[in-house]
Design a binder for this molecule. Structure first.
Ligand code: UD1
Length: 416
């Protein structure tokens, strides 16, 4: 069992390259299943969730090879349309494989997915949409069995712009019969990336980047090589780290243009931010100012950066507010930050944070992927040592958070 140890009070300075996006890479890997041939993905992050998705694809008969961030998936043979139980339950994104299986095999078996414990995370929108496309879906205990001998395009409207449900519909529609019109689709940049990759494979998709997608089913796709975009959430995490610790940094290849509202919020908090073509530069020469942040679907402030905003405000000055509208259980970071001396009052889906200027090192627990990363951010501005346990959650999404922050001058390391 490894822990992360952070020694606080060292300002950050330097330049690093950001890993590929987890939330883009996972559905892109599922998309490879649709093609009876080889798909090459570059800039793939070497993280636990990617290894888990490789395991899922391999269990179905795909041949996967990941070397130096280049992943080749040969899906010429798919012998088993079933997501294995252990891997399916280990990772929320496993559910998007179901749409791809229906597209490729016209049947599929999945398990209610696991992942971060940040809320109830139902999949009713996924299953409702797939049923509308002609899938017969049986739910028995934790098993979901789907069959769709006549998978067909249809009109679908999502009552909430769910990222996963949008991806599932896209993956099923690309090889369904006829046209699918999806309204109320999520507009996250990772969905754009998935659509663009599919178009380069030969899929017919219009409306990319909007909430109305039109997809015409095709019979065949082709071999491609495609680059996974940089991870905007990792970029946001390291920008938050500079805001908490003070200093300056240049982050390259991290899709900063997809951070939109996040950069405005950071500027209001006192960060000097400049955008370059594929880099973002930040300088922070004061304690972060408190702000009010409400999370929401893209382009609103991402829920995945809510705990970083909490950590930054906890070491800032003034009284700030956070309202979480996406996942009900996403304030777990607060309890851990309390151990470090933070003053955070939670009432339902709202948090009030009274900035303390700095925190005190303590032993804390990574409750989920993003809250774990937020604790590392807080530790950079805590007196003494912060020890983060259960950091396996962090490695699900961050390739080398300790190495990255060390390259920026942070005192942070992984210990067994
Ligand atoms: C994805 C991201 C996750 C991010 C989230 C919101 C991946 C691998 N994960 O998760 O990092 O935090 O988007 O930006 O890309 N909902 C339903 N019924 C459904 C589906 C969703 O009620 O069938 C609800 C959820 O409970 C939640 C909200 O919709 O309250 C958003 O969920 P969704 O957009 O589906 O998130 P994920 O795809 O799970």
């Amino acid at each position: 069992m490894s822990v992360i140890v952070v020694q606080g009070y060292y300002p950050l300075k330097g330049e690093i390259e950001i890993q590929g996006s987890k939330n883009a890479a996972l559905p892109m890997m599922a998309a490879a299943l649709l093609h009876k041939g080889a798909t090459v993905l570059d800039h793939v992050p070497m993280i636990q969730d990617v290894f888990c998705m490789m395991g899922i694809l391999e269990s179905m008969g795909c041949v996967c090879c990941l070397k130096d961030h280049r992943l080749t998936i040969d899906a010429s043979q798919v012998s088993k349309a079933q997501i294995p139980k252990d891997r399916g339950k280990a990772m929320r994104s496993s559910i998007v494989v179901l749409g791809a299986l229906l597209g490729r095999c016209r049947e599929g078996k999945a398990y209610y997915p696991g992942g971060c414990s940040i809320g109830s995370r139902p999949i009713d929108l996924h299953l409702g949409a797939l049923r509308k496309m002609g899938a017969e879906i049986r739910e028995e205990g934790e098993v979901i069995s789907a069959r769709a001998p006549r998978l067909s395009g249809t009109d679908i409207r999502l009552s909430y712009p769910s990222v996963g449900a949008t991806e599932n519909v896209i993956l099923a529609a690309v090889k369904a019969k006829g046209d699918t019109v999806l309204r109320g689709a999520a507009k996250e940049p990772e969905i754009d990336a998935l659509c663009r990759m599919l178009v380069s494979m030969g899929a017919k998709i219009q409306g990319i980047g909007t909430s109305s997608l039109w997809i015409r089913g095709v019979e065949e796709l082709r071999d491609i090589s495609y680059e996974v975009p940089g991870d905007r959430i990792v970029t946001g995490t390291y920008l938050s780290a500079v805001m908490a610790a003070g200093g300056e940094a240049v982050l390259r290849r991290g899709s900063p243009q997809c951070l939109g509202r996040v950069l405005d919020t950071m500027r209001t908090m006192g960060a000097h931010i400049r955008l370059w073509e594929d880099a973002v530069e930040i300088a922070m020469d004061r304690r972060p100012k408190a702000v009010s942040v409400t999370t929401g679907p893209y382009p609103d402030f991402p829920t995945d950066l809510q705990s970083m905003a909490m950590a930054v405000m906890a070491v800032g000055e003034g009284e700030g507010y956070l309202k979480e509208t996406v996942f009900e259980g996403r304030f777990a970071t607060a309890k851990q930050l309390h151990k470090m001396g933070a003053e955070i009052i939670i009432e339902g889906s709202e948090a009030r944070i009274v900035g303390k200027g700095s925190l005190k090192g303590a032993k804390v627990r990574a409750c989920d992927l993003r809250s774990g990363a937020a604790l590392a951010v807080a530790g950079l501005r805590a007196e003494g040592k912060t020890m983060i346990t259960d950091c396996c959650h962090i490695f699900r999404g961050y390739e080398d958070i300790c190495g990255d922050l060390r390259n920026l001058g942070g005192r942070i390391r992984r210990e067994s």
